[in-house]
Design a protein around this ligand. Sequence first.
Ligand code: ADP
Length: 173
Amino acid sequence: MGTYLGGRIDMVKGDITLQDTEAIVNAADNKLLGGGGVDGAIHTAGGPKILEECRRIGGCPTGEARITTGGRLKARYVIHTVGPVYRYGSKVVADLLAAAYRNSLKLASDNGIKRVAFSSISTGIYGYPIEEAAPIAIEAVDDYLDLHDDIELVRFVLFNDRDYTVYGELLGV
Ligand code: ADP
């Protein structure tokens, strides 16, 4: 396991649209056309350029990721990943969630991005319980960082107290 806080993994409670990491990761859907939750917040804050680029990309399969610029956001890039809709006890779904984190980081590496902030993929409208999603997210990130030293920082951005507490317990805060 990684060193967590003080190392290359960090967590904050707050709004992902305000993060100043080079890239922020959006919990998008397959169509990449915006929507509710964090996706809507990112498009609202970042402006129409992001949606235009998403349209051109034309969609993204579950577990994969695509990149656009950040429009008016502080972050220079938005990585759009599509998490799975939760299904109780499904290993396939858990693997897809891990893949969403892994493929987002791979895309960051491919684009020379060193600091990435993640929203909590699939734990809103897609119904993944935070207690199940958080360990999958942390392990996927930890495994990636163990094998790739180009990424300097991964920050989990948690939007509410409960999510922040769950991550805090796992990361030993
Ligand atoms: P999904 O469809 O993948 O479940 P949601 O957008 O519904 O995506 O939710 C993902 C997570 O993003 C939820 O934990 C939600 O509380 C959180 N969230 C919503 N708005 C923001 C925001 N502005 N910044 C960070 N996280 C947010």
